[in-house]
Design a protein around this ligand. Structure first.
Ligand code: SF4
Length: 322
């Protein structure tokens, strides 16, 4: 991958991870900065223009690293946390909330993995008698830049020291070479966000297509990893519900259903604040967003129908609404 500009925080210019990442990419110029926020946070940036040719920022995450998920968010664990080793994403989903949350589309990687490990260890110790899960990929796609970050290999290596703590690696990426080369461990779940191809074409620009995501899921599962399916967000309507049912049939005839760790179902949701910002930068999609924000009884009925359909293949104890 090639970048025009790579910004590096002064304090981490000599860190091993910084140098490993720089060795894995091509770039024209390195610019040293004091704090990543100087580059990432200013308001006068154009997210859509930056998205076409993003810079890379290497920084360290200070202060809080591990966060509690919203209380309703679960895949069956007693305690749920998330962390972000990266902000922003190589894909360009129309519905992505990151474009409402950040002023910049540049890729920001936090290179101080050791500090993440320390914080995660502390959280695990605090919950030593509970089943606990950590979610990655909240502010990025967990695997899309694996070739540069080595995130999965590093964090899987860390999590293999723990039994009561799970890691969910959430992705749409088919970048699974590194996973296939690592011995699977039982407390990691590789979870794919997935939609029928027509929906991918309409809403999930630059992402791998449905068949290649399913193919990756199959390979990962055959290799011994726990997998999860995230139907989140789904865009099921009266008109396309048959496509969604066929899509489910194809998924569940290709995977070993009894070995799937968990399924989540969720509809599109977005805070008013983010929505306003997104409509400003994507005015051409205003109608689509207004339509998606509607929450009608009919829509709830169709999602319920989808849930019943999933239950034909998967034990309902493994299905969660988020
Ligand atoms: S894959 Fe996820 S993080 Fe990336 S653009 Fe799509 S919704 Fe956003």
């Amino acid at each position: 991958m090639k970048f025009n500009n790579v910004y590096v925080e002064k304090e981490i210019i000599n860190s091993v991870n910084t140098n490993n990442i720089l060795d894995r990419i091509k770039y024209n110029k390195i610019i040293i900065c004091e704090k990543y926020s100087e580059v990432f946070n200013p308001k006068n940036q154009n997210f859509r223009i930056q998205k076409k040719n993003p810079s890379l920022i290497l920084a360290q995450k200070k202060k809080k690293i591990v966060f509690k998920t919203p209380s309703e968010f679960t895949i069956g664990f007693e305690q749920n946390y998330y962390f972000s080793h990266m902000l922003n994403c190589v894909y360009d989903c129309k519905y992505c909330f990151l474009q409402g949350m950040f002023n910049s589309a540049n890729y920001l990687i936090f290179v101080n993995y050791e500090d993440f490990f320390n914080e995660i260890s502390k959280t695990i110790k605090k919950n030593h008698n509970k089943k606990i899960c950590f979610f990655s990929g909240y502010d990025c796609d967990s695997l899309a830049l694996e070739n540069i970050t080595n995130f999965a290999s590093n964090f899987i290596n860390f999590f293999k020291n723990y039994n009561n703590a799970f890691l969910e690696i959430r992705t749409k990426s088919i970048n699974i070479k590194q996973l296939i080369n690592i011995k699977p461990i039982k407390n990691v779940i590789v979870a794919y966000s997935i939609n029928p191809q027509k929906i991918i074409k309409e809403f999930e620009q630059k992402t791998p297509n449905f068949d290649s995501r399913l193919n990756s899921l199959k390979k990962i599962q055959d290799n011994g990893w726990n997998i999860g399916l995230r139907f989140d967000p789904i865009f099921i309507t009266e008109k396309n519900k048959k496509d969604y049912f066929k899509f489910l049939e194809k998924i569940f005839t290709n995977l070993k259903c009894s070995l799937i760790h968990s399924i989540t179902i969720g509809k599109f949701r977005m805070s008013e604040k983010f929505l306003k910002k997104i409509i400003k930068i994507r005015p051409e999609d205003t109608l689509t967003f207004n339509y998606l924000m509607k929450n009608t009884n009919k829509e709830r009925e169709i999602i319920q129908l989808f849930y019943m359909q999933v239950q034909k293949y998967i034990d309902k104890k493994k299905i969660f609404f988020n």
